[in-house]
Design a protein around this ligand. Structure first.
Ligand code: 5GP
Length: 192
């Protein structure tokens, strides 16, 4: 493989970016998901080391102080998320390209650091009501109304950053959005 590349998927929680990221991972064996660190609590269906590295706040802060993160953000109040430099190097060392599912500020931060070998895609939803429905369906077991409202407010803010991404995909029809994402990623990976 030539130089390692990175694909950054960002967009509001509930936009469909996780589903699209799973689709890309199954379509392209040369892609590997970057496992982030987070201080939020683990959900029922999640696995430490696969979905996230779940850390205590003190351990997260210690890694910030040791400059171990390529980027980190307080995505929601008092909840930290970050990408370890080591995670990036580990994946490139294994001759794979990296797929990130991270928030917009983290995504743009990585794009700034790796302008020549990154592709950034923003997944957008056209209506806050659709987003609300998806979040309620997803979180009703794990999270309360306040968590959903925090995510909705953030979604409105995140949409303002869309224009800074290489591509914006408006996710109305999931099948079509997946198809477009596959085409964009394929062109990027194979230098078409
Ligand atoms: P959730 O708590 O729903 O898993 O994720 C919340 C938000 O944090 C999502 O928008 C997700 O993309 C983002 N996120 C996940 N990992 C990282 C990371 O390493 N860095 C940043 N900046 N955001 C992340």
């Amino acid at each position: 493989m030539k130089k390692g590349k990175m694909i950054i998927l960002s967009g509001p929680s509930g936009s469909g970016k996780t589903t699209i990221s799973h689709c890309l991972l199954s379509k392209f064996p040369e892609l590997k998901f970057s496992v982030s660190c987070t201080t939020r609590s683990i959900r029922n269906n999640e696995i430490h080391g696969k979905d996230y590295y779940f850390l205590s706040t003190s351990s997260f802060i210690s890694k910030i102080k040791k400059y171990q993160f390529a980027e980190w953000e307080e995505v929601y109040p008092k909840l930290f998320y970050g990408t370890l430099k080591n995670e990036i190097f580990k994946i490139w060392k294994s001759n794979q390209h990296i797929l990130f599912d991270i928030d917009v500020k983290g995504g743009l931060n990585l794009k700034r650091q790796y302008p020549n070998n990154s592709l950034s895609i923003f997944i957008m939803v056209d209506s806050v009501n659709i987003l609300k429905k998806r979040l309620i369906a997803r979180y009703y077991k794990n999270e309360n109304n306040n968590d959903i409202n925090i995510r909705l407010n953030r979604a409105k803010e995140e949409n303002n950053y869309a224009k800074l991404f290489d591509f914006v995909l408006l996710n109305i029809d999931l099948y079509q959005t997946k198809k477009k994402a596959i085409k964009i990623v394929s062109n990027f990976i194979y230098d078409k």
